[in-house]
Design a protein around this ligand. Structure first.
Ligand code: GLC
Length: 621
């Protein structure tokens, strides 16, 4: 008898390699010239093999677990939380010490804002990375990162880190080499000797930060050229048409995965491929490159999941979870930017027609993926509303976006919102909005409906289907940080108004004057019990009979769930025919949020101002 390899992990690796390598090669062939594909493919396999060889035993076991239970992030028991490490726990060790707080909230997934070594301030909150292989020194070091990932994992929390792959800091070694005249590294960036090519691109490029970083190219004396800088002048876009960039990032991902990072937030992923005559976002190659990276990760470290940060219009969103041939093969998670925008639009306009229409246009995501549903994050809110959706419900798209900006900047008569205008674009008239959830929802202004409105917003994202993520401090109803501009490095960027430090004294006192913490906890607890809210169950948005009510339906083998949300400050109704068509029987109808029968009048369900009801058939279970 001949010896056969006995290492089960090795056998599993070889199996994945054999299954996935052909797909990797085909994907690369759709991006790069045919003559380079075999070489790039072979290098990626080498990178995967080396990373797998180095993968700690504990993480190999995690790989097996995730392969056995691939829906771990789709379950209704899963809840996410996002925070700045320093503002939440001072250091990585400090964050690890706060794991119990997160567990207690029900959190199973923690996205920590950029913590790899950035350039010195200003660095866009860490999104200008100088070294992907070390940790920001004041937060700790690589051992602390490993310790944090391990501690969190032991408590059932998966760690998600940003992978900033559109750009690096001007001070990154690759950019420094390019500046020093290294021709090979210069080819990792988009550099042009004069304005000819930049002007040609800029003819169709929108500006991301028109106020403090106008244009998309920056002149650099040392480079003696114009370098592509979509965001700030110190963030240099990488040229992903160069396969060296892909190979390097594959290696970075796997090195971080071997420290215990489970989810990678693909920062600004929409921008990585440039094409003349377009807005240089959402190009097909973006999805091919994501697929290539994911395939390498599947081979070497299958526990790894990707989360796409593509804050794009609704028509471009579905591709990030994969449509057609890419279904289930690109990112596992993606921000549901459209739902977030529609939540704010509904609250300001007190009606649901636009939201219903916009959400109905989105196809179901692949059943192995999940939307990240959220009310607020660390960024501004841009009014990503499709013109055709607005027109379809009789709204002028431009005027509606203007209304929303005015409303949330507190400039519209009667507005309860206290936001700030972020990036006023003179050309397009766009004005984005900064502000904390609570301040935008009226708590800062002392509006009596604020707390109910805040809980309604949470109720919508918790019952929509997907992985809901809470932005740090929103569980406490934190207001805008009035001192946000005191730090001179932040003063030009008012997104810092909604990035306050965590007030642990408030947490410890346990005061909850508006019932926001208790209300949110209740929603999370009820959500955990509802199998309908597994992300694999399709989400249907039904036409509102009462235009003040958003109707979200999930049909599960155990019976349907109807989440009805009244976005107005008046009482509103779920019409009897909705219950009828869904097969929900009035005797036995239960609201999961109260555990009792809903308030029924003539067969219709009454919803109080800003109330939600999560209705299901109590008889069915
Ligand atoms: C992402 C981040 C944002 C940052 C930008 C550039 O959109 O969320 O904060 O400014 O990328 O890295």
């Amino acid at each position: 008898m001949t010896d056969v390899p006995t290492d089960p992990y090795e056998t599993a690796f070889e199996g994945r390699l054999a299954a996935l390598q052909p797909d990797l090669a085909r994907t690369l062939a759709r991006v790069y010239a045919p003559e380079v594909v075999p070489g790039v493919s072979a290098r990626l396999v080498e990178i995967a093999r080396a990373a797998h060889d180095a993968r700690p035993e504990e993480l190999r076991r995690l790989d097996e677990r995730r392969l056995a239970e691939p829906d771990w992030f789709q379950r209704p028991t899963m809840l996410g939380y996002a925070a700045y490490a320093d503002r939440f726990g001072a250091t990585l060790r400090g964050v690890a010490e706060r794991a119990a707080y997160l567990r207690d909230l029900g959190v199973g997934y923690l996205h920590l804002m950029p913590l790899l070594t950035p350039r010195p301030e200003p660095n866009d909150g860490g999104y200008a990375v100088m070294d992907y292989r070390s940790v920001r020194p004041d937060l700790g070091d690589v051992d602390d990162l490993r310790h944090l990932a391990t501690t969190l994992r032991e408590q059932g929390i998966s760690l998600c880190l940003d992978l900033v792959l559109n750009h690096v800091a001007r001070e990154h070694a690759w950019a420094r080499a390019a500046r020093a005249g290294d021709a090979e590294k210069r080819a990792w960036f988009h550099v042009h000797p004069d304005r000819e090519v930049p002007d040609a691109y800029e003819a169709t490029l929108p500006e991301v930060f028109p106020d403090f970083a106008p244009g998309s190219f920056t002149w650099d004396d040392e480079l003696d050229g114009w370098v592509w800088t979509t965001f700030n002048h110190y963030q240099w876009d990488l040229d992903w048409s160069n396969p060296e960039v892909l190979c390097e990032f594959a290696d970075i991902i796997l090195a971080l995965a071997n420290l215990g990072v489970e989810v990678f937030r693909l920062d600004a992923i929409a921008f990585i491929w440039k094409r003349l005559g377009t807005d240089c976002q959402n190009q097909p190659e973006v999805h091919e490159l994501t697929r290539a990276l994911r395939t390498v990760a599947r081979i070497a470290a299958p526990a790894v999941a990707f989360k796409a940060e593509a804050i794009v219009g609704p028509a471009d969103l579905p591709a990030y979870l994969g449509v057609g041939e890419h279904a289930g093969r690109v990112s596992d998670l993606a921000y549901h930017n459209s739902l977030m925008v529609q939540v704010w639009s509904m609250l300001a306009s007190r009606e649901t027609r636009l939201a219903t229409r916009a959400l109905q246009q989105l196809p179901q995501p692949p059943s192995t993926t999940a939307w990240i549903t959220y009310v607020r994050c660390h960024d501004d809110i841009g009014w990503a509303i499709a013109d055709e959706d607005a027109r379809a419900v009789g709204l002028d798209p431009h005027l509606h976006r203007r209304f929303l900006s005015d409303w949330y900047a507190g400039m519209f008569p009667g507005s309860w919102a206290r936001g700030l205008v972020f990036q006023q674009n003179e050309v397009t008239g766009d004005r984005r909005i900064s502000g904390s959830l609570a301040s935008l929802a009226g708590l800062e202004a002392g509006d009596p409906g604020a707390a109910a409105r805040i809980l309604l917003a949470h109720a919508i994202v918790l019952s929509y289907g997907g992985l809901p993520v809470i932005w740090m401090g929103d569980e406490l109803g934190l207001l805008n940080d009035q001192g946000w501009a005191d730090d001179p490095d932040h003063a030009a960027d008012n997104r810092w108004v909604h990035r306050p430090p965590m007030p642990w004294d408030v947490v410890e006192r346990g005061t909850d004057p508006h019932g926001i913490t208790a209300g949110l906890r209740h929603l999370v607890e009820v959500r955990r019990t509802l199998p309908h809210l597994h992300a694999a169950v399709p989400t249907e948005v039904w036409d509102p009979r009462d235009p003040r009510v958003l109707l979200v339906v999930r049909r599960h083998p155990e019976g349907p769930l109807l989440a009805a949300h009244n976005v107005s400050d008046e009482e509103a109704w779920v019409a009897a025919d909705v219950l009828h068509w869904l097969g929900l029987h009035v005797p036995g109808l239960r609201d999961a949020l109260t555990g009792t029968a809903p308030d029924l009048q003539d067969g219709a369900v009454r919803l109080g101002p800003y109330a939600s009801a999560w209705l299901h058939d109590g008889l069915g279970g």
